[in-house]
Design a binder for this molecule. Sequence first.
Ligand SMILES: Nc1ncnc2c1ncn2[C@@H]1O[C@H](COP(=O)(O)OP(=O)(O)O)[C@@H](O)[C@H]1O
Ligand SMILES: [Mg+2]
Length: 272
Amino acid sequence: MSKVEMNNVSLAFHDEDKTFLALDNINIKIEEGEFVCIIGTSGCGKSTLISLLAGLNFPTQGDVLIDGEPVSGTGTNRGMVFQHYSLFPWLTAKKNVAFGIKQTNLYKDKKIIDEIAVEFLKQVGLEDYIDKYPYQLSGGMQQRVAIARTLAMDTEILLLDEPFGAIDPKNRLALQDLTIKLCKKGENHKNRKNRKAAVFVTHDIDEAIILADRIVFMEPKRVKEEITVDFPSELSREEIISSPRYSEIRTRLMNLFYQDVGNRIGGEEVVL
Ligand SMILES: Nc1ncnc2c1ncn2[C@@H]1O[C@H](COP(=O)(O)OP(=O)(O)O)[C@@H](O)[C@H]1O
Ligand SMILES: [Mg+2]
């Protein structure tokens, strides 16, 4: 049994008299502690796929299973970062993160919850903004609060939908390193080692290769190809980037993007 399974999953949206098939027979398995990146052109169904794993949506056909059980709604075993930041506007950055930690029922003591919230806000570089409200923060900063909230929840499964899309390049690299530390090396605030199963949607080929154990390339509605990313965990970012395997994976992904866009030019609008 895998940690997460999608078996023959299809999903159709119904709008008045029209039906639109957004996902067509998706099969994906994710093992415990495995980091999977989903990559593909805009509109191919990445957010729809992740919404099924989150339990925010349900398949028209097929099964979505977590620990062998059908997903029946949202749950505290899954932490989610949405494509568009989603904070409570009436709570400060610290209280937004603390809210997430409280949901997991891991801690009862308010002081400890606040300490963890502050620690995670520091980890995303927001130590000077702890008591600010969302409207006092830039879009990228709000997204970093949302990321801190989800990472602080220390769930065994993470669902991340283009979490770094709105973030500047310097903070983006720092957040990738933080993601590797917390998810892939499993180092959290209690120094417990627990690697997380993660589904991470990104447009960025380099980000996918740096983060993923496996990359799932989607064409519209379907999985086109899966690529295992097999760098030894002790390699640094620089060592990975300069290796022949990195170039090989990169070239393959570029070709998949070009094929996908090429197939559709003249048809639908294509946005990379
Ligand atoms: N609620 C909805 N109703 C109808 N169509 C939708 C809905 N949500 C998404 N879609 C359509 O499903 C397709 C996949 O969307 P989405 O999963 O958001 O793509 P991605 O995240 O890969 O950019 C798109 O064509 C989109 O327009
Ligand atoms: Mg999307």
